[in-house]
Design a protein around this ligand. Structure first.
Ligand code: MAN
Length: 346
């Protein structure tokens, strides 16, 4: 893949926080879709209350009260989790050091983006108390379905919303219970059913694998099947998860997935699955198609990280891969369907 010279495309300085007492810490992991002449990104915007002194301020959305609750954790009270700056331990709970919402950014050239003035999907339901993260968007019969992580003290779940205009979004509820994330919906039915990928978390018995499921209404999912496991001793040893909307090609469904190794380093890979039975993996790349190399990928809220949930195929067979870098900014790279098929088979 070739990175765009304009990278990073969006960064925290490009947006004003939702409140004067908040600061934006990251604008990353964008879903991507072409609508007419516009490229639309659904960006994860992570904010936090501005600290006053030696504290870790945490914002949690209170659905009943309909507003944010700020918890000001004295550093002496917090259980420092130095392994992950995204989390903070407090009174036996694990909280997030930032709260995310999903925001639309628009562009006529796919490179220069402007954020909408207001959030598209912001914490509202009790399942979203800790935030709405990492959207993926799929156009089916002219409507746009958005899946995202809804995070709360009840765990990481997957929620679904639908929009026709990217201005108003209607919530369709939680489609996967905890712990699950990384859901992308295929752009067409296979064997008369909708298809998606999902990613249950690892446990003492299982690794974090990519699963496939089927549905007749996009809300109730079944016929679950394990599709792709991590590979011990490689760049994809710790977890794998799907990327943006799969693309139908002659060689199978093409997808750009993310993977992390035992050191928590995130790379992108290419995979191909059977057109008629997408739960059947055909090929996966033995080498990453993108790994964190530039400054904006190696540093940030969580460095050494490239994570893609936005994939756009252009009519000429070129691919635009939108991705989050260092859990902090949005970037994009360019490649072709042919090249990614070859990479998956390599
Ligand atoms: C992980 C990371 C965070 C995210 C939480 C909850 O720790 O992906 O960025 O906020 O999970 O989803």
């Amino acid at each position: 893949m070739k990175r765009l010279n304009a990278n990073p495309l969006l960064e925290p300085a490009d947006i004003t926080p939702t409140r004067e007492d908040f600061e934006v810490v990251a604008t990353f992991n964008p879903a991507a879709v072409r609508v007419g002449n516009e490229t639309i990104l659904l960006v994860r915007v992570a904010e936090r209350p501005i600290a006053e002194g030696d504290e870790v301020p945490v914002a949690v959305h209170d659905a009943e009260a309909g507003r944010m609750k700020i918890i000001r954790i004295d550093r002496s009270e917090s259980v420092a989790d130095t392994s992950d700056p995204r989390l903070v331990g407090y009174k036996g709970q694990t909280l997030l050091t930032s709260i995310s919402h999903i925001r639309v950014a628009r562009s006529s050239d796919g490179v220069n983006f402007t954020f909408d003035a207001n959030p598209a999907i912001a914490p509202t339901t009790p399942y979203e108390a800790y935030g709405c993260e990492d959207a993926r968007v799929t156009c089916i019969d002219g409507r746009y379905y958005v899946s995202y992580s809804a995070v709360s003290g009840w765990g990481v779940t997957v929620a679904l919303a639908v929009t026709d205009d990217f201005r108003t979004f209607r919530r369709l509820g939680i489609i996967f219970p905890p712990y699950n994330k990384d859901v992308c919906i295929f752009p067409e039915k296979v064997g008369g059913m909708y298809v998606c990928r999902h990613r249950p978390f690892k446990s003492k018995f299982n690794q974090a694998c990519i699963w496939t499921a089927y549905s007749s209404d996009l809300v109730s999912w079944g016929r679950h099947a394990m599709t792709m496991e991590p590979l011990a001793g490689t760049w994809q040893s710790e977890r794998v998860g799907c990327g943006g909307t799969p693309i139908r090609t002659e060689a199978g469904w093409l997808e750009i997935f993310h993977a992390s190794d035992d050191d928590g380093r995130y790379c992108l890979g290419a995979m191909l699955s059977d057109l008629e039975q997408p739960e059947r993996l055909l090929h996966r790349s033995s080498r990453p198609v993108l790994l964190a190399e530039t400054d904006y990928e190696r540093t940030g809220l969580y460095g050494d990280c490239v994570f893609s949930n936005g994939l756009i195929e252009r009519p000429d067979g070129t691919l635009r891969v939108y991705y989050g870098a260092g859990d902090s900014v949005c970037a994009a790279a360019e490649t072709t369907v042919e090249e990614m098929i070859a990479a998956a088979k390599r």
